[in-house]
Design a protein around this ligand. Structure first.
Ligand SMILES: Cc1ncc(COP(=O)(O)O)c(C=O)c1O
Length: 553
């Protein structure tokens, strides 16, 4: 065995102990974590024969040693937290060397080990001070797991969609109970992909075409409706119910014309629309259904009538299913306001094996190939395809079947999302508990405000707590918004209120069924306040007391 003269990171050296040449009584192995600096000093980590049973001890195995270097005679434990800076002159000799692969692992652990302490400081909760401290309507709840996975994914250096995304898609798909789930860079992109997929020529006669009608509502978020406009479809607006803020199903039958091909609706603020009616009508009239679940992750619905799924198979009556699994495609958003976050992000999910590769194709440049980033021949016949007018055997990786986009996410986003999934059940529980708390306390105001009402058969995973000021209450919404604002209590409108009254909607093709009276009332009199997991009892109590003060003044 030969050693180079200078000590390098990764060398195992014998050191005198205590660290003093003259008084040396024992010799101890230690791992050089650095080369010598300008003063000849090296950082060493200790190796002992026993573990200190903490996660900061790593057992050295035979495969951790560089080829041609002899492992330590007794199995050693490296103590990554026990460092000392010593001059290279006291080194007795170099005795072995660890692999770069092991060093990469070791430095990863060294980087990650301080994240819990950092996180504890950064996310320390402080006692709530009414008025001085803002009560948000929504917002991210992060902890050490999110930061750890975020840093891990960065250290991978993979950057694009990778192992964290794969794990996230699988885990979230299992949670929802859906066969295929694909991430994308926002909820708006998810909606765009869902609608785009339904225009694919691969769907033959069922493909959506410009001029086709799509039933929706105007009281909601613009990007639930915009994809229809972007693909030349005509949105047909049906009014909403107050309380549930979902489509008024009594009016939906009269919305159906011989041009109707699809229904695209959001489950408003986490409260499902009436799936019994919508799915029944969709199957009867052969309509596609896109469920925008951006605000409804965790919401379940138990049908009370006989329904069938996209393949015509019966859906069990009374059994609870996640929203998004009744129609053809469901969508999600992971913007920080939502149930879980990854900063920016979204997902499209479906049980259909036909729609899945189409959605993926639109997301990934329109390509026909479905290899994951970094893979080259998943189909096993990369050079055997004959598509379009391309020569036979044209590389499948560069064959395109759709006018596509690139709407993928990075692995850092997926890593944060993956950590958030560990908290999802608790988040949903807290949202439901906060909803009940607010609901019970605000019941006194029911002659002044319309309280939210869960759709029958639905167990909402609430996004916010909507209220509508009753017309006879003699209170203006703008005054309420200002009152809440002056007390540092966050509030939001029900998104665009009435979409067709937004500046961008001028000259957009659309049809209105009957009238949008309630939609206008939502635009004028409704708002929502927060109930997310970041809100504690003191905050809820303050919100309640300020709402009461406003309405009882
Ligand atoms: C119902 C609904 N759909 C879609 C979106 C868009 O999601 P994103 O902000 O991720 O694009 C939102 C945003 O909050 C939403 O509330």
């Amino acid at each position: 065995m030969t050693f180079e003269t200078s000590i390098k990171r990764g060398d195992i050296c014998l050191l005198p102990f205590p660290f003093d040449n003259l008084a040396s009584r024992q010799k101890r192995p230690a791992l050089a974590l650095s080369s010598a600096d300008e003063y000849g000093e090296i950082i060493f980590a200790f190796i002992t024969a026993s573990s200190n049973s903490s996660s900061t001890s790593i057992k050295l195995e035979a495969e951790h040693y560089e080829n041609n270097f002899t492992p330590l005679p007794h199995s050693g434990y490296l103590h990554i937290n026990q460092h000392v800076r010593l001059n290279q002159n006291i080194v007795i000799k170099k005795i072995s060397r660890l692999t770069d692969r092991f060093l990469e692992y070791l430095f990863r652990q060294l980087i990650l080990q301080h994240i819990p302490a950092f996180s504890e400081i950064k996310y320390k909760s402080t006692p709530f001070t009414p008025t001085l401290q803002h009560i948000p309507v929504s917002g991210k709840v992060l902890g050490d797991r999110e930061l750890t996975l975020l840093v891990e994914s960065s250290l991978d250096g993979w950057l694009t969609t990778g192992r964290f995304n794969k794990a996230f898609e699988k885990k979230l798909g299992q949670f929802i109970g859906v066969k295929h789930l694909l991430t994308t860079n926002s909820g708006s992109s998810a909606n765009l992909l869902a609608l785009a997929a339904l225009t694919s020529p691969k769907l033959g006669d069922r493909a959506l075409k410009p001029g086709d009608e799509i039933i929706t509502v105007a009281a909601g978020f613009p990007t639930t409706v915009n994809p229809a406009l972007q693909y030349g479809l005509i949105p047909v607006f049906v009014d909403v119910e107050l309380g549930t803020y979902n489509i008024d199903t009594d009016k939906i039958t009269s919305a159906i014309s011989d041009k109707t091909r699809a229904i695209m609706l959001a489950h408003t603020l986490g409260n499902a629309f009436n799936l019994d009616v919508i799915i029944h009508l969709a199957r009867k009239h052969n309509l596609w259904v896109i469920e925008d679940c951006c605000d409804a992750l965790g919401t379940t619905y138990s049908p009370s009538r006989a329904l069938t799924d996209y393949k015509g198979k019966p859906i069990e009556i009374g059994k609870s299913y996640h929203v998004g699994t009744f129609g053809d495609i469901g969508t999600l958003s992971f913007y920080p306001a939502h149930h879980i976050t990854m900063g920016e992000g979204g997902a499209v999910f479906t049980n259909s094996g036909i729609l899945k590769p189409i959605i993926e194709s639109f997301r990934d440049w329109g390509r026909d190939c479905y290899c994951a980033p970094g893979e080259d021949n998943s189909c096993g016949k990369r050079f055997c395809w004959q598509l379009g007018d391309l020569p036979k055997g044209y590389d499948h990786k560069y064959s395109y079947s759709h006018v596509g986009y690139n709407l993928k996410i990075t692995d850092m986003q997926a890593a944060v999302g993956l950590a958030q999934l560990d908290q999802l059940e608790a988040f949903i529980e807290k949202r439901r508990a906060n909803f009940s708390y607010l609901y019970n306390a605000l019941n006194d105001l029911k002659d002044k405000i319309i309280l939210p009402k869960a759709t029958q058969n639905c167990n909402p995973s609430w996004f916010g707590f909507p209220i509508t000021i009753r017309e006879h209450a003699d209170k203006k919404r703008v005054d309420l918004l200002q009152h809440l604002d002056s007390k540092n209590i966050g509030s939001r409108l029900i998104f665009a209120g009435n979409l067709i009254r937004q500046p961008y909607f001028e000259n957009q093709p659309h049809r209105i069924v009957d009238n949008l009276t309630n939609t206008d009332l939502v635009m004028n009199n409704s708002l929502w306040i927060g109930l997310g997991p970041m809100l504690n009892k003191e905050m809820l109590d303050f919100m309640i007391s300020e709402l009461k003060a406003f309405f009882q003044s």
